[in-house]
Design a protein around this ligand. Structure first.
Ligand code: C2E
Ligand code: CA
Ligand code: CA
Length: 701
């Protein structure tokens, strides 16, 4: 009786480790030729049951699990037991799984506490017993090794043992023994992956990711060594090393007056076991004299659930100090949307698993949408991770998730490459890196800082956006959808618009826009102006532009602008005016042309002969060169210049008392086989208060 008791687990009444070994040996003896499988499993996040509801609740769950196994193995020629805490093991005939290699897992546990259901699942390692000589303990080890490979894999919660798994373990052991030397020899490198604005692809922040450049094994991904370092505790050393390197980079750029964006740094769950975590991070930031607002800390969702109290306190302290807190891998675990509101978090990083089945019509789309909607209610920001395709991007844009991290925009890259990107102002949106001081305006309503405002901004009708003036360089830094539509920008990203304000409008218009901005700054009032610019489809348009000064950000002046396309109104106005004055002119002259100095063509507005019709165009800039000797004028050279250049024309016109100039010249006339004299009169009319037309009126004399 005593002997037997030793083999039983007191809590659950099934075998304990010894009991399982013994019973399984007997099972093998009884069935010398049968194939068996050993399964080892573990309840995901069992710890949180204990933490949340106490030990006795945890015990309940374990007893439930044992009951489930008992009934599942009824009538099966097999054995089962509890190894320790929430680890269970079973041995059963391989034929039970024949026909499908898919392991049908039992072990979904539902725990009900005060009416709320909590679901827990398990991960499994399977070892197909080939060689019975290695002993039951080794077989169990192997199934456990297999389980460890899927411990954090919720999609495929089981794995069969194979020999490479053992090799992996050998390698792991080697890597773990090498970490000290690796730090000394600077084998760890910081890679940066930008986070972009979904709308225009500009870089708004970046995540620092570690890479191990191993002298023999080449580049090792953190997916391989981070779990090891988390096991042996070395991650705390490595993370501090990373934080230091990131801060050093920011400091270096700051000193050289180069642009920076906020950088997020990963904080391992293991880091929270250290008492000095907060003071260590703060010390690094102070050593480099950086504002904590420049740094973001990524805390995984699982850290919160692992160790809620400690993590919450530490994170709160860091948030109070000024760090922005991000919850990493949100949605991969158990954080319910409800508990989120009590956690110190500023930004959610949505786990990339949601991207995987986005286009497969799974539930991801609807989950993503509700997560994003919820973040808006809670005034949180959301970053979508793992965005690889345009379809994914478009979906995220459609649900107004506007911060994107993923291969679609950029892969993680070495520091040097990342800095080269930061040095290209057209690619970078530095505003989130700028700390709002007392004399600086609050732009949050207009910037992506507030997603709620973002929605309003995007959906405002008409074109609006933000100009930034640095010295006399005016840039468009941000626009809404209406602006794109108005400019017929189609799929052209804002990157082409930025910096190019000049390219799309005449120098005078550009200058006048700049001076209007300065006027808006001086008057602190909305100023209005009309500018002519070229749309992306090549058409010229008139824009009524209203500008309001927002404030300074460092040496940048920021303006809010609102545009209306008034091309139609402008045209109607002009035509109307033309009609009025041309009626009078037409009675006097045989032909009237309008000169377009931009193109060099004269357009026929009126003509009494059939050779020239209204709307016809002739090139006029070389007029004097062509007619040379036929022109009767003492000021031929001067007038010739005036035909070529608007400024020269303005000069001669302003010097003339009548406001116009006339030249007479001989023209071949095919009708009379000879020539006739004509007189051409040049003058300028104002069609509206800001628009002038140059006219040439011709009359036979
Ligand atoms: P994470 O924090 O979730 O980082 C994002 C991972 O997703 C990175 O993998 C990144 O390269 C990858 N990724 C980014 N965009 C895409 C995409 O579009 N598609 C796909 N398939 N993957 C994308 P990485 O760099 O291999 O890092 C893996 C994990 O290792 C990180 O996951 C993080 O948990 C951990 N890690 C990396 N660096 C550090 C570190 O310095 N400290 C700590 N504690 N953990 C780190
Ligand atoms: Ca991360
Ligand atoms: Ca992540």
């Amino acid at each position: 009786m005593k002997e037997k008791e030793k083999l039983v687990d007191h809590l659950t009444g099934i075998y304990n480790r010894e009991g399982f070994y013994k019973a399984t040996e007997e099972l093998f003896e009884k069935n010398p030729d049968k194939e068996f499988i050993i399964a080892y499993w573990n309840v995901h996040r069992f710890k949180i049951i204990n933490e949340l509801f106490g030990r006795s609740a945890g015990d309940e769950v374990l007893k439930n699990m044992a009951d489930m196994i008992r009934s599942a193995y009824e009538g099966v020629e097999g054995t089962y037991g509890r190894m320790e805490s929430d680890n269970f093991v079973a041995c059963f005939p391989a034929e039970l799984l024949k026909g499908s290699r898919e392991f049908v897992h039992s072990g979904e546990i539902t725990y009900i506490n005060e009416g709320t259901e909590y679901h827990f699942s398990a991960c499994y390692g399977l070892y197909q017993v080939k060689d019975r000589n290695i002993g039951i303990a080794s077989m169990v080890d192997r199934s456990r090794i297999a389980m460890d490979t899927v411990k954090t894999n919720y999609v495929k919660p089981f794995a069969y043992y194979n020999n490479t798994m053992r090799e992996d373990i050998v390698m792991e052991q080697m890597l773990m023994s090498e970490c000290d030397a690796a730090i000394r020899e600077n084998q760890f490198e910081v890679y940066y992956q930008p986070v972009c604005n979904a709308l225009d692809g500009t870089i708004i922040s970046a995540e620092a990711l570690v890479r191990w450049r191993h002298p023999e094994r080449g580049m090792i991904s953190p997916g391989v060594f981070i779990p090891l370092f988390e096991r042996n505790g070395y991650i705390s050393v490595l993370d501090r090393y990373m934080w230091d390197k990131v801060c050093a980079m920011l400091k270096r750029r700051r000193e050289r007056n180069l642009d920076v964006v906020p950088i997020s740094m990963n904080v391992s769950r293991v880091d929270f076991y250290s008492q000095s975590l907060c003071s260590d991070i703060i010390r690094i930031v102070e050593k480099y004299e950086l504002e904590p607002q420049l740094l973001r800390l990524e805390v995984t969702e699982s850290s919160y659930s692992d160790n809620p109290q400690t993590v919450m306190e530490a994170v709160k302290k860091l948030q109070d100090y000024g760090f922005t807190i991000m919850m990493d891998d949100f949605g991969s675990g158990y954080s319910s949307l409800n508990t989120l509101k009590d956690l110190p978090v500023d930004i959610l990083k949505i786990d990339m698993k949601f991207m995987d089945d986005l286009d497969k019509g799974g539930k991801s789309a609807i989950i993503l949408e509700s997560i994003v909607r919820m973040t808006k209610w809670m005034s949180l920001r959301a970053v979508a991770e793992g965005v690889e395709t345009e379809d994914e991007l478009n979906f995220l844009k459609s649900i107004e998730c506007n911060y994107i991290q993923g291969y679609y925009f950029y892969r993680p890259m070495p520091e040097k490459e990342f800095e080269e990107l930061l040095n290209k102002p057209e690619l970078v949106d530095v505003r989130s890196a700028v700390v709002t001081g007392s004399n600086e305006s609050d732009f949050s309503i207009l910037y992506n800082e507030s997603l709620k405002a973002e929605g309003i901004f995007q959906n405002m009708s008409g074109g609006l956006g933000i100009y930034e003036l640095v010295g006399d360089r005016l840039e468009v830094v941000r626009v809404n959808k209406g602006y794109y539509e108005m400019m017929k920008a189609g799929n052209i990203g804002m990157t082409t618009e930025k910096r190019l304000v000049e390219k799309y409008m005449a120098q005078e218009d550009y200058q006048s826009l700049v001076s209007k901005c300065l006027e808006a700054e001086a008057t602190k009032d909305t100023v209005q102006t009309q500018i002519k610019r070229v749309r992306y489809d090549g058409e010229s348009v008139w824009l009524d532009t209203r500008i309001r000064f927002l404030g300074n950000k460092g040496n940048r002046k920021m303006f809010y602008f609102y545009i209306m396309d008034i091309t139609k109104i402008k045209k109607a106005e002009q035509d109307n005016y033309m009609n009025r004055y041309s009626k009078a002119l037409f009675r006097v002259f045989d032909k009237v042309y309008r000169l377009d100095y931009d193109t060099g063509y004269a357009e026929v507005l009126h003509s009494i002969d059939d050779a020239m019709k209204v709307g016809d165009r002739v090139y006029f800039k070389n007029f004097f060169d062509k007619f040379k000797d036929h022109i009767l004028s003492t000021r031929r050279t001067e007038y010739s210049e005036a035909m070529k250049d608007k400024k020269a024309m303005d000069k001669v016109l302003s010097e003339s008392r009548s406001g116009g100039i006339s030249v007479d010249y001989k023209m071949d006339d095919p009708d009379i086989m000879g020539f006739e004299w004509v007189s051409a009169t040049f003058f300028k009319v104002e069609t509206t208060d800001e628009q002038e037309d140059y006219l040439v009126c011709i009359k036979r004399i």
